[in-house]
Ligand binder design. Sequence first.
Ligand code: MG
Length: 281
Amino acid sequence: MSFKSILSTILVFAFSVSAAAEIRETNFMADAFADATPGDVIVLDIDNTILEPAQTLGSDQWFGYLLSKFKKSGLDENAAIDKAIREWTQVQEVTSVRLVERTTPALIRDLQENKIMVIALTARPVDLKRATARQLHSAGINFQDRNVVYTNNKDIELFQGILFVGPKNNKGTVLQHYLQTRKIHPKRLIFVDDKEKHVKNMDAVFTPTGLTNINFRYSAADARVKAFNAALVDVQWEYFQKLGGVLITDEEAERIAVDRRQHLSEFMPLPIHPSHFRTAH
Ligand SMILES: [Mg+2]
């Protein structure tokens, strides 16, 4: 091999490595899909990317709050995750959801009509596969990959085009294994997730492979994550438990929390009245 060809090999390699790695931040799902063409594979997170629950109870930020509360109480990481997931799961089974960005379902359908593969990749537990598909359907979203068993890890499953990774696995590693096992060779990988951790993991896994991967840190739900109100969600969780799965709105919970603060010195529990509730469906 001549010096010139070695040099050009190094240059091509250096160029392909630098071209392969990219993390971008966006507030708009349309940015992530803007130049997608057939052969690309689009991978979307669900919570705080496509959907959020209709109230703070059940949100990803509530899960984060539970996790840190349980860790502070002395549980180790794994035990805290298990406990937080058990509570979070109960709410997912009954909550209604809303879109983080209203245009997302139409954007996904456009990709699908253009024969561009779109799947969801979620840290939700497999136990929630039916509830998750139901939530997505209620928002007008259907992912299309067949249900195939491609792993013997019981925490990981593909169901209705949704790849369930579970709360303890690396999304990048699981996606790489999925693509290899299914013999899917994307022209480019486009990944959208609100969590920086997942975006960085994806970049770290795929960049060394030379596959062009564009990873979007999606920020449309950031304001609500930042405005998380622990007193409000504690009231919602209390009502949910005491009344067998009843979900009260953020407005109702906030009013109850404020009323309680004002009555605190008198030790007056707020009477529970049916007008405070909205039934889940
Ligand atoms: Mg998320």
